[in-house]
Design a protein around this ligand. Structure first.
Ligand code: IPM
Ligand code: MG
Length: 361
């Protein structure tokens, strides 16, 4: 049955607009094939919003997001804003919208496509078949904790941030993680630094408590430094990982190298009510902007996650994934994942190829 969905589109800065355009192409192909109606409304976020309105996250953008069924975001940031005061920086908009929409659960799937195994800098036998879901807590922890700031103590400047979690914050992300684990391989690894940090000891305690409701899930705990090492040493040991905001930021960038490129990793940021947000895990890469070089696959796969998690369109999401795989199997590559004898294509061409495939697979 045909359905109608309102999507807030926030392209942002750098490569954001180019990759979002490819995501929309692919969603248009989905609507054509399955007869859905996606209503896209564009909004400003990041540096471009600052340039046009004086703030990186205008009220109208938040209103638009709140009144949509889902938010589709490109990326924010550019070196030219590096000297702005912290509250006006593009990144502040990203943190602001995550907080305002209460997007506490960030799902970052790390899927290693067989076609790209040889692209990774890691050995094939270790990464072939890797399929991990990293669940990053997104609205608390070190990114948002108070107190924070830069002050002067004894005549010298001092900078500080606080890693803080309440029981209920850990509990709700734990529940998401266990639920996701139940739908996958029923293995959950909670990553913390409980040998040093008090906040991690509480984190672990709450995870253990929630675990009682999920006896079928095999739970393990790992210190974050060890987890960083294990991700490279033997990534196939992991099914679902759940962790604090900043640990998750770092580990997910690391894990993207298993998949061959930062340009391959999609994400979904979910709340318990209201619209969710979908964005690639990579940044705005201003050095690549407007050159038709960026890999749009992370963004296209983020659109697939939107179909699955926000609209319950599982078949349609699978079609996008199949289209991506099939285009990779045909040998098409953007520069970040190119290897010998493959066909180099630009951002727009990659978008066209995948959108056309959506109509066929
Ligand atoms: C991410 C990004 C952001 C973050 C930046 C751009 C603020 O690195 O989504 O992982 O640190 O969360
Ligand atoms: Mg990051």
């Amino acid at each position: 049955m045909a359905q109608e969905f309102k999507i807030a589109v926030l392209p942002g800065d750098g490569i954001g607009p180019e990759i979002i355009e490819q995501g929309i192409k692919v969603l248009d192909a989905v609507s054509k094939r399955f007869n859905h109606k996606f209503i896209f409304t564009k909004g400003l976020i990041g540096g471009i919003a600052y340039d046009k309105t004086g703030v990186p996250l205008p009220d109208e953008t938040l209103e638009l997001a709140k009144n949509s069924d889902a938010v589709f975001l490109g990326a924010v940031g550019d070196w030219k804003y590096d000297t702005l005061e912290p509250n006006l920086r593009p990144e502040k908009a990203l943190l602001g919208i995550r907080k305002a929409l209460n997007l506490f659960a960030n799902l970052r799937p790390v899927t290693v496509y067989e076609e790209l195994v040889s692209t990774s800098t890691l050995k094939e036998e270790y990464i072939s078949g890797v399929d991990i879901m990293i669940i990053r807590e997104l609205t608390g922890g070190l990114y948002f904790g108070e107190p924070k700031g830069i002050d002067t103590v004894n005549g010298q400047k001092r900078g500080y941030n606080t890693m803080v979690y309440t029981e209920s914050e850990v509990e709700r992300i734990a529940k998401v993680a266990f639920e996701v684990a139940m739908k996958r391989g029923k293995k959950l690894c909670s990553v913390d630094k409980a040998n040093v940090l008090d906040v991690s000891r509480l984190w672990r305690e709450v995870i253990e408590k929630v675990a009682k409701d999920y006896p079928e899930v095999e739970l393990s705990h790992m210190y974050v430094d060890n987890a960083a090492m294990q991700l490279i040493r033997n990534p196939k040991q992991f099914d679902v990982m759940v962790t604090e905001n900043m640990f998750g930021d770092i580990l997910s960038d690391e894990a993207s190298m298993l998949a061959g490129s930062l340009g391959m990793l999609a994400s979904a940021s979910l709340s318990d009510k209201g619209p969710s947000l979908y964005e690639p895990i990579h940044g705005s890469a201003p050095d690549l902007a407007n050159q038709d070089k960026a890999n749009p696959i992370a963004t296209i796969m983020s659109a697939a996650m939107m179909l699955k998690y926000s609209f319950n369109l599982d078949t349609e999401a699978d079609v996008i994934e199949k289209a991506v795989k099939s285009i990779l199997a045909e040998g098409y590559r953007t520069g970040d994942i190119i290897s010998e004898s493959k066909i180099l294509v630009g951002t727009a061409k990659m978008g066209d190829l995948i959108a056309n495939k959506v109509l066929q697979v």
